[in-house]
Design a protein around this ligand. Structure first.
Ligand code: F6R
Length: 241
């Protein structure tokens, strides 16, 4: 795991966007998988700026979403698709057919998972971007879930629902389930970029750097992946000596 320490959230966002733009420039075509949440918003903004100033292009980029809430009718404002579309896709030159989302508005979620796994098999991920939950979740792989799963239905931990309440009107509106790429899918990516920002994530970073691989702390699965870049800002490092 390569650890890159930066000053603040802005630098973290710039750094992450530069790594992505660099890999886009290097390869003719690139497939990326993206999370939602607060953490990647600055990076999305930097990527939009880079596209607008012709420093990068998404013309030959395919993008997969890492997860999607259940019980949200597709395209509704709280969906992950809506969020990433609002902050990124709608503002860059990505082709509509190159955006892959998890269609949790469909009735048969097992089929949705299988179809997504098939798409991921056909389109190996070059860059997997991740945020981290305060409880160590990546995607919506919650503590004590199996590391041996591909895309699957996951029951959200209460802590996750509480943390994500800010995107909804109340805790009751936060879905209890999501469909997420599993740890097995995530670890297939050639390069994983994990973004950790803010004091609320200080304990998670400390645990990531001190724990052994354990399903109790999902992000620990990254320890044995050969190409992981963890970008952290000073406040996320506040728990480290
Ligand atoms: C969301 C996702 C989650 C978030 C994590 C951190 O698509 O994959 O694992 O990355 O919950 O969320 P923020 O960035 O809002 O703190």
């Amino acid at each position: 795991m390569e650890l890159i320490k930066v000053k603040d959230y802005e630098e973290l966002s710039v750094k992450a966007a530069k790594i992505i733009s660099g890999e886009i420039a290097e390869k003719k075509t690139l497939t990326i998988a993206l999370p939602s949440g607060s953490t990647p918003v600055g990076m999305f903004h930097e990527l939009v700026n880079a596209v607008n100033s012709k420093k990068t292009t998404f013309k030959n980029v395919k993008a997969f979403l890492l997860d999607e809430y259940c019980d949200i009718k597709y395209n509704k404002e709280q969906s992950i698709k809506y969020f990433v579309n609002y902050h990124l896709f709608s503002q860059i030159n990505i082709e509509e057919e190159n955006i892959f989302t998890i269609k949790t508005d469909e009735d048969d979620l097992n089929k949705v998972c299988n179809d997504y796994n098939k798409l991921l098999e056909e389109n190996p991920i070059d860059i997997q971007v991740l945020g981290i939950g305060a409880n160590g979740h990546i995607g919506f792989n919650e503590p004590n879930g199996s590391f041996d799963l591909e895309t699957h239905i996951s029951k959200l931990a209460f802590k996750t629902r509480l943390d994500n309440q800010r995107f909804f009107n109340s805790i009751n509106e936060v879905p209890s389930y999501a469909v997420t790429m599993g740890i097995k899918s995530i670890l297939k990516a050639k390069h994983i970029i994990l973004l950790i920002s803010g004091a609320a994530k200080a304990d998670a970073l400390k645990r990531l750097l001190t724990l052994e691989v354990s399903e109790e702390f999902p992000a620990s699965c990254l320890i044995n992946h050969p190409n992981v870049t963890v970008i952290v800002d000073e406040s996320a490092c506040s728990g480290l000596k």
